[in-house]
Design a protein around this ligand. Structure first.
Ligand code: ADP
Length: 460
C-alpha cells in the first residue's frame, strides 16, 4: 500500500480524500493556492505545499507545480479529486511518467470518455444503449439540417468536449436550428477550445440516472447501484437520491450487468460513473465520468462501500474488496448540495462564515470544509457543504432531510439550504415523480406545483 498521497484538489473533496487516507494509515500532502492557506484540509494534512496564486490556472491546474511538490515530498501517488485535473489525460500521463501512481483510470480511457463522440461510439459497441443522434460529429449546418430532419425535432446540439452543461443548445424546430448550432459551437470553442459538436434527440421528460462502477486491474468490475440526479438547474445537479425512486430491482440488475461487463471488456481501472437519461422505461447513455462524483456519498451510505478507499486500493494494485454478490442496498440516501448561493437568484455568495453549526444524529453525514471564521474565496466553485442523509426508507429519509436542515446553521453567507427545505416539502419531490426539467419549472412558478405541472405538459 502507498505510504504517502498528494491530494491535488481543494475544498470538501480534498477533505473527503484526506479522511480516507488517514483511516488507511497513509500520510497526506495537500497542495493549495494562496487563497486556500487557511482551509481545513490544508490544516489537517501531514504536510502542505503552496503551489501558486488564487486563479486555478496558476495553482490547481498548474501541472508542473503539482508534480514538483509531489517529487519534493516523495509521494507514491496523486489523487486528483473532482474537477481541475481529474479528467486530464496529459496530467495522468505526466504523473505516471514520474513514477508516481495516478489514482484514476489509464490516460487512454480518460481520453476515450473525455471526447463524448468517441465515448458514445465505444459504449454503443459494448452493448450500452445510447440516445438516438448523429453518428459522430456534425460537420456543418447542412449536415445538421439533414440530421435533425432524420432524428425529428426537438434536437440537442452538444459539444464533443462538453462538461458542466456548457456547449449545449436545444433547437425546438427547424427555424431555430441555425441559431442553436452556432451557439453551441461558439460556446464549445470558448469553454473547451474545441468546437466539435454532435446531435442528439432532445428527450422531453427524462430522468437522469447514473450507475457507479468500480473496476480493478484483475478484470473484476462491479456496480454499486444507481443514483437519481434528476433534480437539476442549468444542467447542474442540486438534489440527488440513491436508489432511484422509479427503478426496479430487475432494471437495476439488467443495467448493472451490462455496464459491469462493458467496463471489464474495456479494461477500465478505478471508479467511474456511467450516466443515462431514462424515459418510458428505456435507458440512453449520455456520458461517462472517469473519476469520483460529487454525489458519491449517497452510494456509500446505501452500500457501505468507501469508494475513495477502493480507488486507492485499486491504484495500489490490489483487488476489489468485494464482489457483486457482496453489494447489498440498505435503505435510501439523499444528498443536498449546499452551495454558497442566493437561494432565490442563485448568485454566488462567497465570504466570511460567521456562525456554523452542522446537524447530527442518526443517518446524518455532512461533508464540508467550512467552519466558523472561514472565508470562502470567490475564485472557485460555490459548493460549501454536502448534506447527506440516510434512512431505512425514502419517506423517513425526506423527514430526516427536513429535520437536519432545520438544525443546520450557517450565517454570514447565503446558501441553498432554504431551497432544499422547500424541496423536502414539495409534493412532487415527495411523490418522486419528477424529471430533469421539473425544478426549473417549479422555480419559475415560484413553487406553484399545479403551474409547474402545466409547464411540464407543454415541454412534453
Ligand atoms: P455535461 O457533461 O455538460 O454535464 P451531459 O451529457 O452529462 O453534459 O448532460 C448534462 C445534462 O443535460 C443531463 O443531465 C440532462 O439534464 C441534459 N441532457 C443531456 N442530453 C440530453 C438529451 N439528449 N435530451 C434532454 N436533455 C439532455
Amino acid at each position: 500500500m502507498f505510504k504517502k498521497i498528494l491530494i491535488a484538489n481543494r475544498g470538501e473533496v480534498a477533505l473527503r480524500i484526506l479522511r480516507a487516507c488517514q483511516e488507511m494509515g497513509i500520510q497526506t500532502v495537500m497542495v493549495y493556492s494562496q487563497a486556500d492557506a487557511d482551509s481545513k484540509p490544508v490544516r489537517l494534512a501531514d504536510a502542505s505545499v503552496c503551489i501558486g496564486p488564487a486563479p486555478s490556472k496558476d495553482s490547481y491546474l498548474n501541472m508542473q507545480a503539482i508534480i514538483s511538490a509531489a517529487e519534493v515530498c516523495g509521494v507514491d501517488a496523486i489523487h486528483p479529486g473532482v474537477g481541475f485535473l481529474a479528467e486530464n489525460s496529459q496530467f495522468a500521463g505526466m504523473v505516471e511518467d514520474h513514477g508516481i501512481a495516478f489514482i484514476g483510470p489509464k490516460p487512454e480511457h480518460i481520453d476515450l470518455m473525455g471526447d463524448k463522440i468517441s465515448a458514445k461510439d465505444t459504449v454503443q459497441r459494448l452493448g450500452i444503449p445510447v440516445v438516438p443522434g448523429s453518428d459522430g460529429e456534425v460537420v456543418d449546418l447542412e449536415d445538421a439540417q439533414r440530421l435533425a430532419e432524420a432524428i425529428g425535432y426537438p434536437v440537442l446540439i452538444k459539444a464533443a468536449a462538453g462538461g458542466g452543461g456548457k456547449g449545449m443548445k436545444v433547437a425546438q424546430s427547424a427555424d431555430k436550428l441555425e441559431e442553436a448550432y452556432r451557439f453551441a459551437r461558439t460556446e464549445a470553442k470558448a469553454c473547451f477550445g474545441n468546437d466539435q459538436v454532435y446531435m442528439e434527440k432532445y428527450l422531453g421528460k427524462p430522468r437522469h440516472i447514473e450507475m457507479q462502477i468500480l473496476a480493478d486491474t484483475f478484470g473484476n468490475a462491479i456496480h454499486l447501484c444507481e443514483r437519481d440526479c434528476s433534480i437539476q438547474r442549468n444542467h447542474q445537479k442540486v438534489w440527488e437520491e440513491a436508489p432511484s425512486p422509479v427503478i426496479t430491482d430487475v432494471q437495476r440488475k439488467e443495467l448493472g450487468e451490462i455496464v459491469s461487463k462493458a467496463i471489464s471488456t474495456l479494461g477500465y481501472r478505478g471508479a467511474g460513473t456511467i450516466e443515462f437519461l431514462y424515459e418510458n422505461g428505456e435507458f440512453f447513455f449520455i456520458e461517462m465520468n472517469t473519476r469520483i462524483q460529487v454525489e458519491h456519498p449517497i452510494t456509500e451510505m446505501i452500500t457501505g462501500v468507501d469508494i475513495v478507499r477502493e480507488q486507492i486500493r485499486i491504484a495500489a494494485g490490489e483487488k476489489l474488496s468485494l464482489t457483486q454478490d457482496d453489494v447489498k442496498i440498505r435503505g435510501h440516501a439523499i444528498e443536498c448540495r449546499v452551495n454558497a448561493e442566493d437561494p432565490e437568484t442563485f448568485m454566488p455568495s462567497p465570504g466570511l462564515i460567521e456562525n456554523y453549526h452542522a446537524p447530527g444524529g442518526l443517518g446524518v453525514r455532512v461533508d464540508s470544509h467550512i467552519y466558523a471564521g472561514y472565508r470562502m474565496p470567490p475564485h472557485y466553485d460555490s459548493l460549501a457543504a454536502k448534506l447527506i442523509i440516510h434512512a431505512d426508507d425514502r419517506e423517513q429519509c425526506i423527514a430526516r432531510v427536513r429535520r437536519a436542515i432545520d438544525e443546520y446553521v450557517i450565517t454570514g453567507i447565503k446558501t441553498l439550504l432554504p431551497l432544499h427545505r422547500r424541496l423536502a416539502d414539495a409534493p412532487t419531490v415527495i411523490s418522486g415523480d419528477y424529471d430533469i426539467h421539473w425544478l426549473e419549472n417549479w422555480l419559475k412558478d415560484d413553487g406553484d406545483e399545479s403551474q409547474a405541472a402545466e409547464d411540464m405538459k407543454k415541454v412534453a
